[in-house]
Design a protein around this ligand. Structure first.
Ligand SMILES: NC(=O)c1ccc[n+]([C@@H]2O[C@H](COP(=O)([O-])OP(=O)(O)OC[C@H]3O[C@@H](n4cnc5c(N)ncnc54)[C@H](OP(=O)(O)O)[C@@H]3O)[C@@H](O)[C@H]2O)c1
Length: 322
């Protein structure tokens, strides 16, 4: 089967390159930007010289361009890793966030509907948050985003459902990886260079190693292929919304403490603080833990505990205690 990955040079897209390395399927990696030299070097370090690092240009706001590449290559599955992901900047760029997070997924859904394919789309825990939840959020719970990013991602989910193509929408949270900018890389740097650091403890969720999510996506793809080749039905019986993060619960403060501890960086005094001590244009959810029972039961996915995955990631960086 031919599988097209959008946003292939982002965090999740690069992990998709790694998990698909030995696949029998044909993967096409697309983005609006070329892979950075840093990402290419990391890909080769993690997966060897033969890893696919090329990128075909595809802007997913362009419906005709999506249609052309899908038809030319007989694409049957799209994995959408592209998005407007800057939560703060989205507050000032609502139109652009809406275009990338809602209109573009709709474009992908339209084309997958035309060819009878599957859209695997990634959404976020930030579709929740306005109510003070203290139990893990379920897939069918009403979305209550606190900011523009979460709102536009919710609109993207709704657009895909409206179009009605085969779809698996996976909401994930607090994504980190070896690639690009993310919280773990920022905190590795700050805890190594600053004597003191304040980190919020009143926002609670679960970190997610993007490699674990990429492996879960492969499991979804395998399940779709199993049905496609055995049932010969155009309707995927597992269409729907799912939640995926690592297991467990923590605050950004706890997360930072573990990053520093595992990296052996004990010279930084890390203190908990409240969100209102930081000037921000956007209010983030105070509790956005995702309930993952549905994805585990439906696809037989086992999910690593968040500290175990964090340790796995840190093996890929030179650490102070080595
Ligand atoms: N990061 C998180 O903490 C987090 C948490 C929950 C959910 N998610 C969701 O997880 C998914 C993957 O996130 P990520 O962190 O891997 O994202 P990312 O690193 O920001 O990667 C997104 C990629 O999409 C590209 N892109 C932007 N506009 C595009 C367009 N018009 N057409 C095609 N590609 C375009 C970006 O290019 P540029 O770099 O040039 O923009 C970038 O390479 C997203 O759906 C995101 O909403 C992320």
């Amino acid at each position: 089967m031919t599988i097209l990955v959008t946003g292939a040079n982002g965090q999740l897209g690069n992990e998709m390159r790694i998990v698909s390395k030995n696949s029998e399927d044909k993967y096409i990696f697309t983005d609006v930007v070329d892979a950075s030299e840093e990402s290419i070097a990391m890909l080769k370090k993690l997966a060897g010289e033969e890893i696919k690092t090329d990128t075909i240009h595809l802007d997913i706001t362009n419906l005709d361009a999506i249609r052309a590449i899908v038809n030319e290559n007989d694409v049957k599955i799209i994995v959408n890793c592209a998005a407007y992901t800057n939560v703060d900047a989205a507050e000032d760029h609502q139109e652009l966030a809406e275009l990338l997070n809602a209109k573009a997924p709709e474009n992908l859904a339209i084309v997958m509907k035309e060819v009878g394919g599957l859209l695997v789309h990634i959404s976020t825990d930030y579709v929740f948050g306005k109510e003070p939840y203290n139990t893990p959020c379920k897939e069918d719970q009403k979305g209550t985003p606190t900011g523009v990013y979460g709102l536009t991602k919710l609109h993207g989910e709704q657009a895909i459902q409206r179009v009605g193509c085969n779809h698996v929408i996976i909401r994930t949270a607090w994504l980190y990886s070896e690639f690009g900018k993310n919280f773990v890389k920022t905190m590795l740097n700050l805890t190594a260079t600053k004597p003191q650091l304040k980190v919020v403890f009143d926002q609670v969720g679960t970190p997610t190693y993007a490699l674990d999510l990429a492996n879960a996506i492969v499991r979804v793809i395998e399940s779709y292929k199993e049905e496609f080749f055995t049932l010969h039905s155009s309707l995927f019986t597992k269409n729907g919304i799912y939640h995926f993060s690592n297991e467990g619960v923590c605050s950004w403060y706890d997360f930072t403490k573990m990053i520093a501890e595992y990296a052996g960086q004990d010279n930084c005094d890390i203190q908990p603080c409240h969100s209102d001590e930081f000037l921000s244009t956007v209010k983030r959810p105070s509790f956005s833990v995702l309930d993952k029972k549905k994805i585990k039961d439906t696809f037989g996915i086992q999910i690593p505990y968040w500290t175990d995955s964090l340790k796995e990631l840190l093996k890929h960086f030179p650490l102070t205690n080595e």
